[in-house]
Write a protein that binds this ligand. Structure first.
Ligand SMILES: *Cc1c(COP(=O)(O)O)cnc(C)c1O
Length: 395
């Protein structure tokens, strides 16, 4: 315990857009004793997790787990499929897209970077135009962040797929779903995604610690010619060992217990209901923001995120000072502005293990905080959100 911190009664509100609240059921599952990762019980655990993860990614192909953060998942996607000097097409949708670009660049991949204003997602027509221009077919992959967690913007992956097909281009499609999987519709197979990158700590409701790749046959075929050095991140030994329910190294057993419980929870609720719940919570949050008279970071309603809401503060007001006051007074953590929108934006996470009253409490904290921080706003955001929550169907 940090001694200078006195006990705070009640539950901390962890309303950042990841790590999200870990449900008690997952925490309890993780408290079981660690077992032999080469023993007979383990194989059943692995197989059952990988099969149900496929359901969540909506793929019948393999899903690969690494003890890692999402950043490890990005690296694994790249090193398994690309060679030094290969070109990839990527889009500046926000902070996470920018970080993925940096990983690619450090690995020696050449990134064709389409600049953006951090208020829009990937424009499918630009994907099509860039690929049409690439007559030598030197672009090997298109990188898309599905839900840009720094801006609360969701890109339209199905439309990006159609754009790649319209250009009749062979590039691999790689999609980051670190914050979208388990919060919004995502179809790895139907959308023809070659590598989907994810991590445990957001929509999947686990603590941080698992990086995930869902992979297509085309992506697996690319491993044979990919020339980037890889050892730990190599998919091939993992795929081989996973067939028998094991890993080529010591897996994070207790996180896998947590994953087992989290998948049960997601599938018991049903993915359609999970997504509808996130949509309701997001819509209620946006109504609150609108009633406060504040601006959302995304400018296109077709790209509003169901996972988090990024709120733009009026000029002259510091979003981190607002966050500091809310943490201090109400024991609630909100997401900080990242990269280019630092200080301008704060983010309300409404993902994972969330319900109506948790959101109501969250929005109460924000509304009180706006008042205490002297941010000009109209009262009544909470009331507008409650009207939506009470008046909208939950099934
Ligand atoms: C959180 C996040 C990441 C980064 O994951 P780490 O686990 O911090 O490495 C990547 N992409 C998106 C969209 C994210 O939200």
């Amino acid at each position: 315990m940090i001694e200078s911190m006195p006990h705070k009664p009640g539950r901390h509100f962890l309303q950042i857009p990841g790590p999200s609240n870990v449900p008690d059921r997952v925490l309890r599952a993780m408290a079981k004793p660690t077992i032999d990762h080469r023993g007979p019980e383990f194989a059943g655990l692995t197989r059952s997790i990988l099969e149900r993860l496929g359901t969540v990614f909506q793929t019948s192909g393999p899903v690969i787990l690494f003890p890692a953060s999402g950043t490890g998942g990005w690296e694994a996607a790249l090193v398994n499929t690309l060679s030094p000097g290969d070109r990839v097409l990527a889009f500046e949708t926000g902070h996470f897209a920018t970080l993925w670009r940096a990983v690619a660049a450090r690995l020696g991949v050449e990134v064709e970077w389409v600049e953006g204003d951090w208020r829009h997602g990937v424009d499918p027509s630009v994907v099509e135009a860039k690929l049409e221009e690439d007559s030598s077919r030197s672009i090997k992959a298109v990188l898309v962040v599905h839900n840009e967690t720094s801006t609360g913007i969701t890109s339209r992956v199905a439309e990006v797929r159609r754009a790649i097909d319209a250009a009749d281009h062979p590039a691999l499609l790689m999609v980051d779903t670190v914050s979208s999987l388990g919060t919004a519709e995502y179809r790895h197979e139907e959308w023809g995604v070659d590598v989907t990158v994810c991590a445990s700590q957001k929509g999947l409701m686990l603590p941080p610690g698992l990086g995930i790749n869902a992979v297509s046959e085309k992506a697996i075929a690319a491993t044979e010619s990919a020339g980037l050095p890889r050892s730990y991140w190599d998919w091939r030994p993992v795929l081989k060992m996973n067939e028998r329910g094991f890993f080529p190294y010591t897996p994070p057993t207790n996180l896998l217990y947590g994953m087992d419980a989290a998948l049960d929870m997601l599938l018991e609720e049903g993915l359609a209901r999970v997504f509808a719940r996130h949509r309701r919570l997001a819509e209620a949050t946006r109504r609150a923001v609108s009633a406060w008279g504040l601006e959302l970071c995304p400018l296109d309603p077709a790209e509003y995120s169901d996972c988090l809401t990024a709120v733009w503060l009026p000029d002259g007001h510091d979003a981190d000072e607002l966050r500091r006051i809310i943490l201090d007074r109400f024991d609630m953590s909100l997401g900080t502005g990242l990269g280019k929108v630092k200080g301008r934006v704060f983010r309300i996470g409404h993902l994972g293990d969330m319900n109506d009253l948790m959101l109501a409490g969250t929005l109460c904290g924000v509304e009180m905080g706006l008042g205490l921080a002297g941010v000009p706003h109209t009262k009544g955001g909470v009331a507008a959100a409650l009207d939506h929550l009470a008046g909208s169907r939950t099934d």
